[in-house]
Design a protein around this ligand. Structure first.
Ligand SMILES: Nc1nc2c(ncn2[C@@H]2O[C@H](COP(=O)(O)OP(=O)(O)O)[C@@H](O)[C@H]2O)c(=O)[nH]1
Ligand SMILES: [Mg+2]
Length: 415
């Protein structure tokens, strides 16, 4: 069970999607160095850290999903591995459109890129491949997919909508409903493309559609780019080139949504920690071993390392943790949820923080998209509109139905 938020991992074969999924979830996704290892979309649960109100209100916290430690709440988010995307997929190449269809459920994409340049566009071993090309072709595959779908259906829909004098936004919304798209998203894309003033009669040239689709992708599929395999020799040079290129945002990419990762290092660190060879908190910048752990009780619980593992850990320490601060994978999850623009909501049965037995325990936390109203929120939480009469937040403040849910007014009791 998750908070309703879905991250889709995309990228060419062998970029490291399954490893990334393994690094942030507990699922044992299949890992292999050849195309199409994972044919069915693989799923897992990752955790998004946020400040939990339990600390501020001095109440015991009992999350139904995820956990809470020292006032930091770890909220589950669903992550899916969309495998086998190759150039030409929108035209049916590789495993074709099936993968693109998986994107319909996604709120945010994580594009896992092999920054080492040791795999070509199809995931085959090579040398000196330019990972910038992956960022470009992947974006263009998704663009072609949406564009193709719109163009195919455009004529028929246009005639029907012209007959009932619909607006451009309504017409496009009707066509894009299959992408799990809210009307507000269509409107934002039209605004961005500077096409919102057009009448439907004047709409629909190829050029306008193209412009709209590009803006639609930016709004509907915000993307975090995970430059993966930073532990490999050529990555540093490729990363610098990519950073230079996206100082000026394009292709839906800006410096702010690029994260450097080593999924494989995180998987190894997690495994070593699980087997009690090291103490390591996922996402952190270092670990301790039996030799370096200062706490004597913890030290006793750790096993001593064989030479091979010790050397591998030393490499990770030097090439990844020391240089980049962490393996980066937790940062990807944090960025992805932030980029999606989500607000946490804590539905509670009681707002009585003083009364012992009736104290709220913040069992639930859901992430709703920015702009969600109290009514829409109730509809989602209560699964029906009829049960809901009023909403109240901390301090006895009543919330209006059409009020947008914001942080600070997000502990809500529905009556
Ligand atoms: N050096 C290095 N190798 C990695 C990293 N992440 C994944 N790999 C390797 O890249 C290959 C492909 O990984 P996989 O997760 O199966 O890629 P997928 O096809 O995108 O799911 C495997 O051999 C992984 O061990 C990383 O951060 N560093
Ligand atoms: Mg895979």
């Amino acid at each position: 069970m998750s908070s309703g938020f879905v991250i889709a991992c995309v990228g060419k074969p062998s970029a490291g999607k399954s490893s990334f999924l393994n690094a942030v979830t507990d699922a044992a996704a299949k890992v292999g160095n050849y195309p199409f290892t994972t044919i069915e979309p693989n799923q897992g649960i990752a955790y998004y850290p946020l400040e939990c109100p339990c600390a501020q209100h001095h109440v015991p916290c009992k999350p139904r999903y995820g956990w809470c430690r020292d006032g930091t709440r770890y909220v589950p988010v669903r992550i899916i591995d969309v495998a086998g995307l190759v150039p030409g997929a929108s035209q049916g190449r590789g495993l074709g459109n099936r993968f693109l269809d998986d994107l319909r459920t996604a709120d945010v994409l994580v594009h896992v890129v092999d920054a080492s340049g040791t795999t070509d566009a199809e995931g085959r071993e090579t040398k000196g491949y330019d990972p910038l090309d992956d960022i470009r072709w992947l974006r263009s595959e998704i663009e072609e997919w949406v564009f193709g779908n719109l163009e195919r259906k455009w004529g028929g829909t246009l005639r029907r909508h012209l007959a009932v004098k619909a607006t451009v936004a309504d017409t496009l919304h009707a066509q894009l409903a299959g992408y799990g798209t809210l009307r507000g998203v269509v409107q934002r894309a039209l605004d961005l493309a500077r096409l919102s003033d057009l009448q439907l009669e004047a709409w629909g040239t190829k050029d306008q559609l193209r412009r709209f689709v590009r803006c639609f992708l930016d709004v509907r599929f915000p993307t975090v780019v995970a430059l993966n395999k930073i532990d490999m020799p050529d990555s540093t040079r490729n990363i610098s080139a990519i950073m230079r290129k996206y100082r000026v945002p394009s292709d839906g990419v800006s410096m702010d949504n690029i994260v450097l990762t080593s999924a494989l290092s995180e998987v190894f660190l997690r495994k070593m920690a699980k087997q009690k060879f090291i103490l390591y908190a996922p996402g952190s910048g270092d670990f301790t071993t039996q030799e370096t752990e200062p706490n004597s009780e913890e030290k006793q619980r750790l096993h001593s390392l064989d030479e091979r593992s010790a050397r591998r850990l030393e490499n990770i320490s030097d090439l990844v943790l020391f240089r980049y601060g962490s393996t980066g994978v937790q940062e990807v999850i944090r960025k992805a949820v932030d980029l999606g623009g989500f607000v946490p909501v804590f539905p509670v049965k009681s707002l009585n923080f003083a009364n012992g037995s009736a104290k709220p325990t913040f069992q639930e936390c859901v992430l709703v998209s920015r702009g969600t109203t109290v009514r829409e929120c109730a509809k989602r939480l209560l699964h029906s509109e009829t049960e809901y009469r009023g909403a109240e937040t901390v301090g006895g403040i009543q919330l209006a139905e059409d009020e947008v849910v914001v942080e600070g007014r997000n502990i809500i009791r529905f009556t």
